[in-house]
Design a protein around this ligand. Structure first.
Ligand code: OFO
Length: 175
């Protein structure tokens, strides 16, 4: 049975995951409008992943005797300066989510809630993976730059990531 304190903290995490989903949806839409089809596909997919992260919390809370609360939708930013700015923003956002997950894990330890501690280990690993992924995308801007040709290849790379294959596009771009 979840304590009220842990239930409240998990519901706060639901809000963060839901916000991330809509934030990435907004970024996907901007990318789509700007002609970055690969980035749009990647970000639409990522928005969906965040919704799954949110739903995973719903299931856990309700299974553990608590009450998962559907969050309100906070309107995310709609305008971005560039594709690079989008991924810098995503990385910052993911770093903030990592801090929130770590705090949640700390609360579980203080409360001696080992079951929720165990459940949250999936998020700990996921955040590590997400930060690594977004850092590696930002590295691509450093490697091949920010001009039209570079953006074309980065977009292709993102298309590859969205399809589940790390593309060799960077190698081609350097030729
Ligand atoms: Fe669910 O915050 Fe990203 O992964």
């Amino acid at each position: 049975m979840l304590s009220k304190k842990i239930e409240k903290e998990l519901n706060k995490q639901i809000v963060l995951e839901g916000e991330a989903s809509f934030f990435y949806l907004s970024m996907a839409s901007w990318s789509d409008n700007a002609g970055f089809e690969g980035a749009a596909k990647f970000l639409y997919g990522h928005s969906e992943e965040e919704r799954e992260h949110m739903l995973r919390l719903f299931t856990y809370i309700n299974d553990a005797g608590g009450h998962a609360l559907a969050p309100g939708i906070k309107t995310p930013e709609h305008q971005f300066k560039s594709l690079q700015q989008i991924f810098e923003t995503v990385l910052k956002h993911e770093q903030a989510v990592t801090v929130a997950i770590n705090k949640l894990v700390d609360v579980c330890l203080q409360e001696k809630d080992h079951s929720t501690f165990n459940f949250l280990q999936w998020y700990v690993a996921e955040q590590h993976e997400e930060e690594r992924l977004f850092k590696s995308i930002l590295d691509k801007f450093k490697i091949i730059g920010n001009d039209g040709k570079a953006l074309f290849w980065i977009d292709k790379e993102l298309e590859g990531l969205a399809s589940g294959s790390g593309l060799p596009a960077i190698e081609e771009a350097k030729e």
